[in-house]
Design a protein around this ligand. Structure first.
Ligand code: HEC
Length: 166
């Protein structure tokens, strides 16, 4: 805008304060407030801790921490499994169990949420399995978080197929 045009515009608003300007101030103020409240709610609202709810960013961060402290030693970094060549687990040469990949390459995603939860909380149904329950060590929220982290490693297609399971 040229200098004199600018002056002219300024003069116009001075002499004749337009009601429209006031309105738009309310509009933008309202919008800003809406965004601030919305962002706050997004970060602070924790949906009920169930595995079927969409994971929150905070859950994934917590889940990754729980995973590295409790699961990584057997299931490997990013849950690639104890032996990535045998992603479905199985047995080692000595007959003991191999920790499977949990990252979508193994069999894990074929299990419904309730079963994944109970495997981590109460341990494997195989009593001689090294996969023991974490109920004395992890809260239910942490178990949900670690499984949400595990699920976040699955390719999109597998997440969709798992969510469609009965
Ligand atoms: C001491 C080793 C060990 C640790 C630690 C461990 N697991 Fe496992 N986990 C196994 C083995 C071995 C299996 C497979 C045998 C079985 O299911 O009994 C297994 C199976 C599983 C399964 C079922 C997978 C499937 O494909 O059926 C899930 C889910 C699982 N573990 C999650 C976890 C999570 C989450 C943690 C950490 C909180 C964890 N595990 C810690 C050894 C371990």
């Amino acid at each position: 805008m040229k200098k004199n045009q600018h002056k002219q515009a300024e003069q116009n608003t001075k002499n004749n304060p337009s009601p429209k300007k006031k309105d738009s101030l309310w509009l933008w103020g309202g919008l800003a407030l809406f965004i601030i409240l919305g962002a706050g709610a997004y970060f602070y609202y924790q949906p009920p801790s169930t595995l079927s709810a969409k994971a929150t960013p905070a859950q994934i961060v917590r889940g990754e921490q729980v995973f590295s402290e409790n699961c990584l030693s057997c299931h490997g970094a990013e849950a690639i499994g104890e032996n990535p060549a045998q992603s479905r687990g199985g047995q080692k040469a000595d007959g003991s169990y191999l920790a499977p990949a949990l990252n979508g390459k193994g069999h894990t995603w074929h299990h419904p949420n309730e079963m994944l939860f109970s495997t981590v909380k109460d341990g494997s149904v195989a009593k001689d399995s090294p996969m023991r329950g974490f109920k004395d060590k992890l809260s239910d929220d942490d178990i949900v978080a670690v499984l949400q982290y595990v699920k976040s490693l699955w390719p999109d297609e597998i997440q969709v197929r798992h969510a469609m399971r009965p």
